[in-house]
Write a protein of this length. Structure first.
Length: 328
């Protein structure tokens, strides 16, 4: 089955599950409300989520999203995110509720999710992907320059203790081949909480499904799904770069593109120019973020434990931390 068919089937299952969970609200009710809000006919978006139902207007200019009661958006927080990443984040507006379901209106960022654009992005020695990577540097650097002060006022000491405790668990619980790297990252972790290093809103799920691109130019048109954003040291989400340099497949592992080093150079050259230099704390933050996002799994009892040998997350860490990945 091709990728588009897999995504279509998954989306249909997610839509069915959403309305079963939120009964007696019906899909037809939501469609009618979305048509009232947009003034146009609507249809479900290609990619859906686990806690929402999303439709787009016929003209493609407007998105209406319905979210579970326990997954409401924090619009004040999102306003700060929109400022930090201006031009890459849709503007969100509450439109009330349908039954117990929250309704939001937002502009459509356009483009398609990256995993539906692989063929175009990877053609001609990844010509279009190089444009995507250059735009990705603008996305990341924007947070350094534009995050509002209110977001930067997060309690640094408490967050440092939390991250150090989590990395300590990983240092003792992950296979020994990661120990040296984790020890080094832990020793430098306090540097990320110094007063001259900004706290920014970091998207913690920068995977291909949340990154939208223009398939004709390669331009990065927007980043979606900001519900699980964390305010943390700048650079903690830079591990999202790996999503563009390779392909991650469940039960298969992570495979870098053959020219991943050249692509990586495109990104870092542009990044250093936009940042007006380079501070190696960026790499400390990037690696710490990769471990925190991928180093844990849930056991049979639902407890959070270090990832085990053979797990997809550990295979991914082997590739991006230790370089144990074969080229495509």
């Amino acid at each position: 089955m091709d990728m588009e068919s897999l995504i279509r089937n998954l989306s249909q299952m997610q839509i069915q599950a959403f309305f079963e969970q939120n009964a007696p609200v019906k899909q037809a009710q939501c469609n009618t409300e979305a048509e009232r809000i947009s003034g146009e006919s609507v249809h479900p978006t290609t990619v859906q989520g686990g806690c929402s139902y999303t439709v787009v207007s016929e003209s493609g200019s407007l998105v209406v999203q319905f979210r579970c009661n326990d997954s409401a958006l924090d619009l004040g927080f999102l306003k700060g995110i929109e400022q930090a990443y201006e031009g890459f984040v849709p503007h969100h507006e509450s439109m009330g509720k349908v039954g117990k379901v929250h309704v939001y209106r937002m502009n459509n960022v356009g483009g398609v999710a990256m995993y539906l654009a692989r063929d175009q992005l990877h053609a001609n020695d990844c010509l279009l992907l190089k444009k995507t990577l250059q735009d990705y540097t603008r996305f990341f650097s924007s947070a350094w320059w534009n995050t509002p002060q209110t977001m930067k006022d997060t309690d640094r000491g408490e967050l440092l203790q939390t991250y150090d405790a989590q990395l300590s668990v990983l240092e003792s619980g992950l296979p020994s081949r990661f120990r040296q790297t984790l020890n080094k990252i832990r020793s430098r972790l306090p540097e990320l909480f110094a007063g001259d290093w900004p706290m920014v809103p970091n998207h913690i799920d920068l995977q291909e499904n949340n990154i939208h691109v223009d398939t004709t130019s390669g331009s990065l048109v927007g980043i979606c799904n900001w519900k699980e954003t964390e305010v943390s040291p700048f650079g903690m989400s830079l591990g999202g770069l790996e999503a563009m340099l390779g392909i991650r497949r469940v039960n298969v592992g992570y495979t870098y593109l053959p020219n991943q080093q050249a692509l990586r150079d495109v990104f870092w050259t542009a990044f250093k120019e936009l940042m007006k230099g380079y501070d190696d704390r960026v790499d400390v933050a990037r690696i710490a973020g990769l471990f925190l996002d991928n180093g844990f799994q849930h056991d049979e009892d639902g407890n959070t434990v270090p990832a085990q040998e053979g797990s997809d997350d550990l295979i991914f860490l082997d590739a991006v931390i230790l370089g144990n990945s074969s080229s495509q």
